[in-house]
Ligand binder design. Structure first.
Ligand code: GAP
Length: 548
């Protein structure tokens, strides 16, 4: 599948538009169109139903260490600034970036890789050639070596056949390994001249905003970069206002904002996106078992929703890769088609966060010292960021024990999941048209019926003989229960193709026989099989096929 084809389909059929497109768009922001909003809502509803409201706390799920409860929250996007100081986002949630003075492009510092190369450089305006050694760079990908060679050939004005005249250092290294930060002999990834890269600058990814009409910079607050913190700071409220007992999880779906330096790959890395997060609170002695349960359960959810397992993988982080709070993390990753062969992109992180979050919001910002979490202090030994001072412990009346629960966090992106489902669903085959029987190329979205934006389309075979009346009556009845479309325009084969392209799993056709025996044809998008169903049984038939 070519990514351009999917992007074109998304625009043509109203799944996704660039935000503010008529003004040239705004990088990193996207609008979901009439079909996109249905698809993404179905993704979020499937998650919410399967993980939160549909959970039966009276049963033990396969692989779970025991029973557990689930509940939900919908927290504000702007929270007290202290939340982000204690969570670590204020100090740590940043990237280093570097600008190119020549091309005006901005890069993530840790993405620039390069190698030293020596060659003959012709002087400008006929000046004699001299030997120079430059550090040629590119943005790291699978093709880093080829990209570096091309950049070097261009810089030295050579053709491919003269490549052997260049003398390379063996290693490709990150520009962030330059000990003295002297970039005077560095050729930026897209530059023609050396020495055009600036010093790296720290860049906090949180969007700042001022609360209140008279607010100054001192009142600065932030758009949340994750939904998780709303759950942590409400831990006590949830325990005190409901009958939930540890172990329990709180789910939340909502917008998050990150001022990403390089938003890219369609909606994959956006500046405004939606997260579906669970914070699962459990006894410390059981946290490892719950971590494994959630990791495997979340992986299986993507498989059940239609992602092929060979394009999906689970990757446990190395110790060095773990976030400052994390005892263990696994990423659920998908081989998105815009990535190079063999590369995977993160769909969801499942993290064992220990008691970092609840303790930080109680005591103040913590930091890891060896295996211990200790209060972070400034040079004078004063706690750097004060916590709320509120007791975040939990008393378990069955164990007769007070403890600070450990947290397992399955944190998923609704936009990335939606994009992965779209990529996986995009299929091209050759199928006979329904009317002529001639084989024709067919583009269809093989979306899970629960995710499909339109569940069924209803057609009268022809626009006469009472067929439109029966078809519109069926449409009216089904419309009360699910998202359906009515279409009477053009040959029925074309109408099937239009629905295939947006992933509608079922098409219902009212034909001559309907008028005699009250049955209609029900066509399956994937198998193209058609069966006859009594029109009065259609709702039950569709509900059975779509699932909950
Ligand atoms: N609370 C933990 C947390 O936020 P994360 O790995 O930074 O962890 C979780 O984000 C998920 O949110 C990611 O796996 C991804 O699906 C989604 N996500 C993160 N940044 C994103 C971005 N810039 N654009 C779209 N989705 C993003």
């Amino acid at each position: 599948m070519r990514m351009e084809d999917l992007v074109a389909l998304c625009k043509r059929r109203g799944f996704l538009f660039q935000s503010s497109e008529i003004y040239g768009g705004l990088n990193g922001f996207w609008d979901y169109g009439p079909l996109g909003v249905l698809l993404k809502r179905n993704v979020k509803d499937a998650w919410w139903n399967d993980m939160v409201v549909g959970h039966n706390e009276m049963t033990v799920l396969p692989g779970a260490p025991g029973k557990f409860e689930m509940t939900g929250l919908d927290c504000s996007i702007i929270m007290h600034p202290q939340v982000w100081k204690c969570s670590g986002h204020y100090d740590l949630f940043h990237d280093f970036m570097i600008d190119c003075r020549e091309t005006k492009k901005r890069y993530r510092f840790d993405h620039i890789k390069g190698s030293w190369v020596k060659g003959l450089k012709h002087g400008e305006n006929g000046a004699p050639a001299s030997e120079v050694r430059v550090f040629v760079t590119t943005i790291e990908t699978e093709q880093t070596r080829e990209a570096l060679e091309q950049a070097a050939l261009k810089y030295f004005g050579l053709r491919k056949k003269d490549a052997a005249s260049l003398v390379w250092d063996e290693d490709v290294v990150g520009i962030d390994s330059f000990p003295d930060g002297d970039f005077s002999n560095v050729l930026g990834p897209d530059a023609k001249h050396v020495g055009t890269l600036t010093e790296p600058r720290e860049f906090n990814l949180m969007f700042k905003t001022i609360v209140g009409a008279l607010g100054s910079d001192d009142d600065a607050s932030f758009l949340r970069p994750e939904t998780a913190q709303g759950i942590f700071v409400n831990f006590k409220n949830v325990v005190d206002s409901t009958r939930v007992r540890v172990p329990f999880g709180v789910g939340q779906i909502g917008k998050s904002f990150r001022n990403e330096i390089t938003p890219r790959n369609f909606t994959f890395r956006s500046r405004e996106f939606e997260q579906m997060e669970i914070e699962f609170f459990c006894h410390p002695s059981e946290s490892e078992a719950w971590y494994k349960f959630w990791r495997d359960r979340r992986f299986q959810w993507y498989v059940d929703m239609g992602l092929a397992s060979e394009r999906l993988r689970m990757r446990e982080h190395d110790k060095a890769e773990l976030a400052h709070y994390s005892v263990g993390t696994a990423d659920i990753e998908y081989a998105f088609p815009f990535l190079s062969e063999g590369e995977f992109g993160e769909l969801e992180g499942v993290a064992h966060r220990g008691n970092f979050d609840l303790r930080s919001h109680s005591e103040g910002k913590l930091t890891r010292e060896g295996d211990e979490l200790v209060l972070e202090k400034d040079a004078n030994g004063v706690p750097k960021w004060r916590g709320s001072g509120k007791d975040m412990s939990y008393f378990d009346d069955l164990r007769k024990e007070r403890f600070i629960p450990h947290v397992i966090e399955p944190s998923s992106g609704a936009d990335r999941a939606t994009l992965a489902f779209l990529c996986e669903a995009y299929k091209v085959d050759s199928a006979p048209t329904a009317d002529g029987g001639k084989e024709e190329e067919r583009v269809y979205l093989k979306l899970h019926p629960r995710l499909a934006p339109v569940k069924a389309a209803i057609f009268p075979l022809v626009k006469k003989d009472g067929m439109p009346e029966v078809a519109s009556e069926i449409y009216g009845e089904l419309k009360k229960r699910m998202s359906v479309q009515y279409d009477e325009k053009g040959a029925v084969g074309r109408r099937y193709r239009r629905q295939d392209e947006i992933g509608t799993p079922y098409c219902i056709t009212v034909d001559g026989q309907t008028l005699k025996d009250g049955t209609v044809t029900l066509r399956d998008r994937d198998t193209l099989e058609q069966i006859r169903v009594k029109k009065d049984d259609l709702l039950a038939e569709l509900q059975g096929r779509i699932g909950r």
